[in-house]
Design a protein around this ligand. Structure first.
Ligand SMILES: [Zn+2]
Length: 169
């Protein structure tokens, strides 16, 4: 997705520019709105995947434009819903009980946003939450979670030349 949007060579994605300019190039039907707090209420963002539509609350849009990591993450999260949760991609849950975490749409959109904003190919073994936060323009909390998840899942991070950064299996 990152490469398709033209962000192969940059670390930090300007998320407002992504929705304004980069996304419409690969998804011409995409429409977004910046809406007032009165209209959005508690919702920082809303995605309507079947209409290729995203609404972002104005304070969140301004925050993302100004480089506030938490707000940038919200824009990427809504893009996650747009891409992942088109009705043809929705899977009906079978059986009883709570769905596994990775089947939950909020988890999926968060994971999409983390993968998109913090490119594993640009993360090295010497990275810290602070270096990740600076390089990718995300919050410290978000960077910490990314590093924690990479370690927890045994992702293989290497910056040796000629080798790709990819999760080991
Ligand atoms: Zn969501």
């Amino acid at each position: 997705m990152r490469d398709a949007l033209g962000y192969h060579d940059v670390a930090q994605i300007r998320t407002t520019q992504m929705l304004e300019f980069a996304l419409p190039k690969i998804l011409p039907t995409f429409v977004y709105d910046v809406k007032t707090m009165a209209k959005m209420g508690e919702n920082e963002g809303l995605a309507s995947p079947d209409r290729d539509y995203i609404a972002i609350r104005e304070d969140v849009w301004e925050g993302a434009r100004g480089g506030r990591g938490r707000d940038a993450f919200t824009l990427a999260h809504e893009l996650g819903h747009l891409i992942l949760h088109q009705s043809e991609n929705l899977l009906q849950r079978q059986g009883r009980g709570d769905p596994a975490i990775f089947c939950q749409p909020e988890w999926q959109a968060d994971t999409f946003a983390a993968e998109l904003l913090m490119d594993i190919r640009k993360i090295t073994p010497s990275d810290t939450p602070h270096s990740i936060s600076r390089r990718f323009g995300v919050s410290i909390a978000c960077a910490k979670r990314r590093l924690h998840n990479l370690q927890r899942t045994g992702a293989h991070i290497t910056n040796e030349p000629g080798r790709k950064f990819r999760p080991s299996s």
